[in-house]
Write a protein that binds this ligand. Sequence first.
Ligand SMILES: C[S@@+](CC[C@H](N)C(=O)[O-])C[C@H]1O[C@@H](n2cnc3c(N)ncnc32)[C@H](O)[C@@H]1O
Length: 183
Amino acid sequence: MNMSIEEYFSKHWQQDWSQFDLTGYNILSKLPCNGKETIIDVGCGYNPLKQWFEDRLVGIDPYNDSADVKVSIEDFETDQKFDIALALGSINFGSMQDIFWQTEKMCSLVKEGGKVIWRQNPGIYDHPNDYFKDIDLFNWTFQINITIAEALDMEVVDLRWDNNRIYSEWRKPYVGNVTGVSD
Ligand SMILES: C[S@@+](CC[C@H](N)C(=O)[O-])C[C@H]1O[C@@H](n2cnc3c(N)ncnc32)[C@H](O)[C@@H]1O
Protein backbone atom coordinates (compact mmCIF):
# COMPACT_ATOMS: atom_id res chain seq x y z
CA MET A 1 0.00 0.00 0.00
CA ASN A 2 1.37 3.42 -0.93
CA MET A 3 1.27 5.95 1.85
CA SER A 4 -0.26 9.33 1.14
CA ILE A 5 1.70 12.50 1.75
CA GLU A 6 -0.93 13.42 4.35
CA GLU A 7 -0.42 10.20 6.29
CA TYR A 8 3.36 10.49 6.09
CA PHE A 9 3.62 14.06 7.33
CA SER A 10 0.83 13.81 9.92
CA LYS A 11 1.88 10.47 11.45
CA HIS A 12 5.46 9.45 10.65
CA TRP A 13 7.77 12.33 9.72
CA GLN A 14 9.97 13.78 12.48
CA GLN A 15 12.03 16.96 12.30
CA ASP A 16 15.83 16.62 12.27
CA TRP A 17 17.75 19.80 11.50
CA SER A 18 21.11 18.54 12.79
CA GLN A 19 22.46 17.78 9.28
CA PHE A 20 21.82 21.28 7.89
CA ASP A 21 24.40 24.05 8.31
CA LEU A 22 22.51 26.89 6.64
CA THR A 23 18.91 25.77 7.08
CA GLY A 24 19.07 24.28 10.55
CA TYR A 25 18.80 26.72 13.45
CA ASN A 26 21.51 28.87 11.78
CA ILE A 27 18.65 30.07 9.58
CA LEU A 28 18.00 32.48 12.46
CA SER A 29 21.04 34.51 11.38
CA LYS A 30 19.27 35.15 8.05
CA LEU A 31 16.06 36.33 9.70
CA PRO A 32 15.26 39.68 11.29
CA CYS A 33 14.98 38.83 14.98
CA ASN A 34 14.17 42.43 15.94
CA GLY A 35 11.93 44.80 14.11
CA LYS A 36 8.67 44.59 12.33
CA GLU A 37 9.44 42.28 9.42
CA THR A 38 6.93 39.52 8.88
CA ILE A 39 7.60 35.92 7.90
CA ILE A 40 5.46 33.20 6.41
CA ASP A 41 6.82 29.70 7.04
CA VAL A 42 5.31 27.57 4.28
CA GLY A 43 5.10 23.92 5.33
CA CYS A 44 6.32 24.82 8.81
CA GLY A 45 6.06 21.27 10.18
CA TYR A 46 6.35 21.57 13.97
CA ASN A 47 6.65 25.36 13.61
CA PRO A 48 10.09 25.48 15.28
CA LEU A 49 10.74 29.17 14.50
CA LYS A 50 7.52 30.44 16.04
CA GLN A 51 9.10 30.88 19.50
CA TRP A 52 11.48 33.59 18.17
CA PHE A 53 9.03 35.58 16.10
CA GLU A 54 5.65 35.02 17.71
CA ASP A 55 2.99 37.12 15.93
CA ARG A 56 5.44 38.24 13.22
CA LEU A 57 5.59 34.67 11.88
CA VAL A 58 2.69 32.69 10.41
CA GLY A 59 3.39 29.00 10.00
CA ILE A 60 1.13 27.17 7.59
CA ASP A 61 1.03 23.42 7.01
CA PRO A 62 -1.83 21.19 5.85
CA TYR A 63 -0.77 18.15 7.87
CA ASN A 64 0.83 19.31 11.12
CA ASP A 65 -1.23 20.41 14.14
CA SER A 66 1.57 22.79 15.25
CA ALA A 67 0.85 25.12 12.32
CA ASP A 68 -0.77 28.49 13.02
CA VAL A 69 -3.04 27.81 10.06
CA LYS A 70 -3.57 24.19 9.02
CA VAL A 71 -3.75 24.69 5.30
CA SER A 72 -1.73 24.03 2.15
CA ILE A 73 -0.01 26.86 0.28
CA GLU A 74 -2.52 26.28 -2.54
CA ASP A 75 -5.53 26.91 -0.27
CA PHE A 76 -4.09 29.63 1.99
CA GLU A 77 -6.02 32.88 1.70
CA THR A 78 -4.83 36.21 3.04
CA ASP A 79 -4.53 39.86 2.07
CA GLN A 80 -1.25 40.11 3.98
CA LYS A 81 2.13 40.41 2.23
CA PHE A 82 5.25 39.18 4.01
CA ASP A 83 8.88 40.35 4.08
CA ILE A 84 10.19 36.81 4.02
CA ALA A 85 8.76 33.48 2.91
CA LEU A 86 10.44 30.29 4.08
CA ALA A 87 10.09 27.03 2.18
CA LEU A 88 12.28 24.63 4.14
CA GLY A 89 11.80 21.26 2.48
CA SER A 90 8.11 21.89 1.93
CA ILE A 91 7.67 22.78 -1.74
CA ASN A 92 9.25 19.53 -2.80
CA PHE A 93 6.49 17.07 -3.71
CA GLY A 94 4.74 16.12 -6.94
CA SER A 95 5.25 17.25 -10.50
CA MET A 96 6.97 20.29 -12.01
CA GLN A 97 3.51 21.79 -12.48
CA ASP A 98 2.66 21.31 -8.77
CA ILE A 99 5.96 22.93 -7.80
CA PHE A 100 5.45 25.82 -10.20
CA TRP A 101 1.93 26.66 -8.97
CA GLN A 102 2.92 26.36 -5.31
CA THR A 103 5.98 28.55 -5.88
CA GLU A 104 3.98 31.14 -7.79
CA LYS A 105 1.46 31.30 -4.96
CA MET A 106 4.20 31.63 -2.34
CA CYS A 107 5.96 34.41 -4.28
CA SER A 108 2.67 36.29 -4.60
CA LEU A 109 2.61 36.57 -0.80
CA VAL A 110 6.00 38.33 -0.66
CA LYS A 111 6.42 42.13 -0.68
CA GLU A 112 8.52 43.83 -3.34
CA GLY A 113 12.08 43.80 -2.02
CA GLY A 114 11.24 40.75 0.08
CA LYS A 115 12.87 37.33 0.03
CA VAL A 116 12.13 33.65 -0.32
CA ILE A 117 14.52 31.34 1.51
CA TRP A 118 14.56 27.69 0.49
CA ARG A 119 15.82 24.29 1.51
CA GLN A 120 15.29 21.91 -1.39
CA ASN A 121 15.72 18.17 -1.59
CA PRO A 122 17.23 17.18 -4.97
CA GLY A 123 15.59 13.73 -4.76
CA ILE A 124 17.40 12.00 -1.90
CA TYR A 125 15.40 9.42 0.07
CA ASP A 126 17.29 9.73 3.35
CA HIS A 127 14.60 10.07 6.01
CA PRO A 128 15.17 7.41 8.66
CA ASN A 129 12.00 5.41 8.05
CA ASP A 130 10.68 3.11 5.32
CA TYR A 131 7.52 5.10 4.70
CA PHE A 132 9.43 7.94 3.03
CA LYS A 133 10.02 5.85 -0.11
CA ASP A 134 6.30 6.14 -0.97
CA ILE A 135 6.51 9.94 -1.19
CA ASP A 136 6.71 11.53 -4.64
CA LEU A 137 9.75 13.77 -4.20
CA PHE A 138 10.43 16.50 -6.73
CA ASN A 139 14.10 16.56 -7.78
CA TRP A 140 15.20 20.18 -7.34
CA THR A 141 18.31 21.34 -9.24
CA PHE A 142 20.23 24.60 -9.47
CA GLN A 143 18.97 25.02 -13.06
CA ILE A 144 15.32 24.56 -12.04
CA ASN A 145 15.79 27.36 -9.48
CA ILE A 146 17.00 29.67 -12.21
CA THR A 147 14.26 28.66 -14.66
CA ILE A 148 11.31 29.00 -12.26
CA ALA A 149 12.63 32.19 -10.66
CA GLU A 150 13.04 33.79 -14.08
CA ALA A 151 9.51 32.75 -15.13
CA LEU A 152 8.14 34.38 -11.98
CA ASP A 153 10.24 37.57 -12.26
CA MET A 154 12.20 36.69 -9.14
CA GLU A 155 15.99 37.07 -8.74
CA VAL A 156 18.14 34.21 -7.46
CA VAL A 157 20.59 35.91 -5.09
CA ASP A 158 22.17 32.84 -3.46
CA LEU A 159 22.34 29.22 -4.59
CA ARG A 160 24.60 26.60 -3.01
CA TRP A 161 24.72 23.25 -1.26
CA ASP A 162 23.67 22.85 2.36
CA ASN A 163 25.06 19.37 2.95
CA ASN A 164 22.96 17.25 0.53
CA ARG A 165 20.18 19.82 0.14
CA ILE A 166 20.06 22.97 -1.99
CA TYR A 167 20.10 26.32 -0.19
CA SER A 168 18.54 29.07 -2.24
CA GLU A 169 17.54 32.68 -1.71
CA TRP A 170 15.29 34.55 -4.13
CA ARG A 171 14.47 38.24 -4.06
CA LYS A 172 11.37 39.94 -5.41
CA PRO A 173 12.48 43.08 -7.27
CA TYR A 174 10.81 46.43 -6.87
CA VAL A 175 8.69 47.21 -9.88
CA GLY A 176 6.95 50.37 -8.75
CA ASN A 177 8.31 53.86 -8.08
CA VAL A 178 10.67 53.18 -5.17
CA THR A 179 11.54 56.79 -4.49
CA GLY A 180 7.96 57.89 -4.11
CA VAL A 181 8.84 60.95 -6.24
CA SER A 182 6.54 61.45 -9.18
CA ASP A 183 7.73 62.77 -12.56
C1 LIG B 1 10.23 17.80 5.14
S1 LIG B 1 8.94 18.60 6.02
C2 LIG B 1 9.73 20.13 6.50
C3 LIG B 1 9.00 20.84 7.61
C4 LIG B 1 9.70 22.10 8.15
N1 LIG B 1 9.74 23.14 7.14
C5 LIG B 1 11.09 21.79 8.65
O1 LIG B 1 12.06 22.19 8.01
O2 LIG B 1 11.19 21.12 9.69
C6 LIG B 1 7.83 19.12 4.72
C7 LIG B 1 6.59 19.81 5.22
O3 LIG B 1 5.87 20.34 4.10
C8 LIG B 1 4.49 20.21 4.36
N2 LIG B 1 3.76 20.30 3.08
C9 LIG B 1 3.60 19.33 2.16
N3 LIG B 1 2.85 19.77 1.13
C10 LIG B 1 2.54 21.07 1.42
C11 LIG B 1 1.78 22.08 0.76
N4 LIG B 1 1.17 21.84 -0.42
N5 LIG B 1 1.65 23.30 1.35
C12 LIG B 1 2.27 23.55 2.52
N6 LIG B 1 3.00 22.62 3.21
C13 LIG B 1 3.13 21.40 2.66
C14 LIG B 1 4.38 18.88 5.08
O4 LIG B 1 3.20 18.73 5.81
C15 LIG B 1 5.62 18.89 5.96
O5 LIG B 1 5.36 19.41 7.25
